[in-house]
Design a protein around this ligand. Sequence first.
Ligand SMILES: C[S@@+](CC[C@H](N)C(=O)[O-])C[C@H]1O[C@@H](n2cnc3c(N)ncnc32)[C@H](O)[C@@H]1O
Length: 192
Amino acid sequence: MRFATFTLSLLFAALFAVALPLGATDPPVPDLTPKVQAVLDEIRKADTGNLAVSAEDGRFLRLLVATNHTKQALEIGAASGYSAIWIGLGLRETGGRLVTIEYDPQRAKEATANIARAGFSDIVSVLAGDAFQRIPKVQGQFDFVFLDAWKRDYQRFFDLVFPRMPKGGRPDLLTTIVAPSGEGVSVSWKRQ
Ligand SMILES: C[S@@+](CC[C@H](N)C(=O)[O-])C[C@H]1O[C@@H](n2cnc3c(N)ncnc32)[C@H](O)[C@@H]1O
């Protein structure tokens, strides 16, 4: 499960992974520049562990971020930066920023390089390290969180980030499960 929240607060969680066959690329998205499309395709081809979200879920993340007018987004679990680029596309329209955290040092390096090659270094910052340690050191609040680490940690991450999301004094969530792709996605809105 992948999990996102926004504030309107959106927590978005990955339900289960369905992968394209190895080496497959996603159909081109008409409004992506060739440079961005090429980086997304390269990440997909190299993703032998099938870590990245589907292209459908990437488009869904972009839409959520843009329509929510997100300013400060957090991603837990960058892998090689695929979803971060999609979130960055949404933030390009809102003027927002993303901090994405990855504890595998090699993947954190790849994410940083891929985000730079796609032209999103001004929007997306990659932090290498354990998100449980890094999140308390990130300043400010989050109006969008994409939780995409290991499922066993979802509840602990939720408890860590929920108080950092503005709006509403009560822990009052409206959660629904949607499936833009074959993967399941839960979306939670923190009520006003
Ligand atoms: C499913 S992958 C993320 C895929 C990525 N969001 C995408 O769609 O392109 C999960 C990632 O979370 C990372 N991860 C797991 N636990 C973590 C933690 N406590 N802190 C930082 N990263 C973590 C793993 O190393 C792995 O790269």
